[in-house]
Design a protein around this ligand. Sequence first.
Ligand code: ATP
Ligand code: MG
Length: 139
Amino acid sequence: MFSHILIAVDGSTHSDEALVYARGMAENFGARLMLVHAYPQTSDLLGYEDFERLVSRRQAAGQEVIDAARHQLGDTATDIHENLLEGPEAEAILAAAETHGVDLIVMGTRGRGSIEGLLFGSVSRKVTHLAPCPVLLIR
Ligand code: ATP
Ligand code: MG
């Protein structure tokens, strides 16, 4: 049913939990897994003298989120590939889903922002509304 699953990670406990489900789904369906993280947009840094260095720092922090997720996945026969993208987050996740023709997106209902009381974060809400495929929200 699913052959290519996108798991969106932001380093939060919610996304860690989503990762467990994504791994299980990929193993059960023999699907490929695409690990996606979007680092914050860098257009706000334009004009700064050390623009390049600031951008590299955001990218490196983003890669750390991917690395931690990869580490959490541990040993698995699943074919995993990484996709580090520039935000905005929902747009990046949706573009990756379309470009790579994934057939399932797995993500947390909430993330790092975690304002108490809200059911959905802005990223999970937007992706669920606009996704070209089924979305599995883990809570
Ligand atoms: P908000 O960001 O609106 O303050 P929040 O952080 O609680 O709220 P979301 O950002 O919507 O909630 O997070 C929901 C899920 O979306 C996360 O569990 C994760 O799966 C995914 N996600 C959030 N941010 C990113 C990101 N930068 N890159 C990839 N996936 C992300
Ligand atoms: Mg968030």
